[in-house]
Design a protein around this ligand. Structure first.
Ligand code: UDX
Length: 433
């Protein structure tokens, strides 16, 4: 099948590369000339394991191309995936300016080219009802038959290629059965259950999935907070409840709350558009509140040990919003650093991948170190803010010999508490005994 991907961002690149790998002819379009020019030279603007190899291979095989011309991409394709960004507005609503502008442009191009029944697919996470609006926008200038389909992505950063090639379900929503079947057939080479439904239901599935996972995280964080008060241990509580298959062990890691480019944005958007339709989604209000509170509770914990944070040297290990990515969007680590800076703490920071991206968003006098050991000398506290597995294997006896005050506050419950305590550290996790 011939496919155009509109938007060479994270979702567009992964979707395009994987669809090419599945044997389709794909053109990825973006208005950013320098991005397209780099992609044509094989320079991939995002860090995602396996993506560069996939792009290089399929471009060489002639199944994957890049362009800045929407018309060129549309001319070469029968199915058009909208993968442009939908950033949050200050009130939490998704900003649909880019989606609407693509839809308008598609309508105009379709009316010039009159292709045989084009299919437009939304991949970006868009509020329920956006598919219908896209149909209206295209219909303003194009009056021949066309279909609008929702095919939401469920890609996790760091494992997006695997998530796309081996998904646990494929959701396709639309009113036009023939178009739904055609989009479904794009994934014929993939074994995964298909959930074929209507447009608003498919759009809702994406929000409900992310909001449910965020709810799981806020729930376990609250349980962890109570564990601290009553002397229970969150790791064992997680085992105990997660063994019930109705609950499951995944997404029950207590810590600093959820971050990243999806959960915070999507939870707020679902709450916002429920409100817009006259429904007060009370649970999500609490999910958001608990997520914010989790970071403050962490700072409070640090203050209980250090009293005044002013002038204290704090080594922050981890800046990315989670391990295996250089992405710092809505990262708990960044938020915590800002809060510490506001209280006069002096920050040293380390991350094996996200140093550069963090430097772009952080202000103030921060000492970025090339190795965690380099930041230990004279530190009054060490914070684990991202669950990079390497932090477990640091030379903790050496670090103990360097610090001014042996305090580790582990926001990810990553380290071996017993070992650290044996080395003479005061160790605090989240809800851990
Ligand atoms: C998420 C969804 O998983 C994915 O399906 C969707 O398409 C996009 O959003 P991603 O943002 O890459 O993916 O991150 P994910 O691995 O889901 O983690 C989100 C956040 O939750 C991270 O900050 C992570 O640290 C946190 N988290 C996750 C927890 O605090 N506890 C957990 O048990 C799991």
């Amino acid at each position: 099948m011939h496919i155009s991907i509109i938007g060479a961002g994270y979702v567009g690149l992964v979707t395009g590369a994987c669809l090419a790998e599945l044997g389709h002819e794909v053109v990825i379009m973006d208005i950013d000339e320098s991005r397209v020019e780099k992609l044509q030279r094989g320079i991939i603007p995002i860090h995602e394991p396996g993506l560069s190899r996939l792009i290089e291979k399929n471009a060489l095989d002639g199944r994957l191309d890049f362009t800045t011309s929407l018309e060129e991409a549309v001319k070469a394709s029968d199915i058009h995936f909208i993968c442009v960004w939908t950033p949050p507005l200050p009130d939490g609503r998704a900003d649909l300016t880019a989606v609407e502008s693509v839809a308008k442009n598609l309508g105009e191009i379709f009316s010039r080219l009159t292709p045989p029944k084009p299919i437009v697919v939304t991949k970006s996470t868009v509020p329920v009802g956006t598919g219908a609006r896209i149909r209206e926008f295209i219909g303003q200038s194009y009056h021949e038959p066309f279909a609008v389909i929702s095919n939401p992505e469920f890609l996790r950063e760091g494992q997006a290629v695997a998530d796309m090639m081996r998904p646990d379900r494929i959701v396709i929503g639309g009113d036009d059965e023939e178009a739904v079947a055609k989009v479904s057939s794009l994934y014929d080479a993939i074994q995964a259950p298909r959930i074929l439904t209507d447009l608003p239901t498919a759009e809702m599935i994406k929000y409900a999935a992310n909001a449910f996972l965020a709810t799981k995280i806020s729930f376990i964080n609250e349980v962890a907070n109570v564990c601290e008060l009553v002397g229970a241990d969150i790791d064992m509580v997680k085992e105990g409840i997660g063994s019930d298959p109705r609950i499951g062990k995944a997404f029950l890691y207590a810590g600093l709350g959820y971050g990243g480019s999806c959960f915070p944005k999507d939870v707020r958007a679902l709450q916002q558009f429920s409100n817009h339709h006259g429904y007060d989604f009370k649970l999500l209000k609490s999910v958001i509140e608990v997520n914010e509170q989790q970071r403050q509770l962490f700072i409070d914990k640090l203050r209980r040990h250090l009293k005044d944070l002013a002038g204290k040297e704090i080594l922050v290990l981890g800046l990315a919003f989670k391990a295996n990515t250089d992405d710092v969007r809505e990262s708990a680590a960044i938020d915590i650093i800002r809060r510490l800076q506001a209280q006069g703490a002096k920050i040293r920071a380390y991350d094996s991948l996200a140093l550069l991206t963090a430097q772009k968003v952080l202000d103030g006098d921060i000492k970025y170190v090339g190795h965690p050991h380099d930041g230990a000398k004279g530190a009054h506290a060490i914070i684990i803010a991202t669950e990079w597995p390497d932090f477990k294997d640091l030379d903790w006896p050496y670090i103990r010999s360097q610090v001014a005050n042996p305090l580790v506050v582990d926001g990810r419950n990553l380290l071996d508490a017993k070992l650290l305590r044996e080395l003479g550290f005061t160790y605090e996790g989240v809800g851990r005994k």
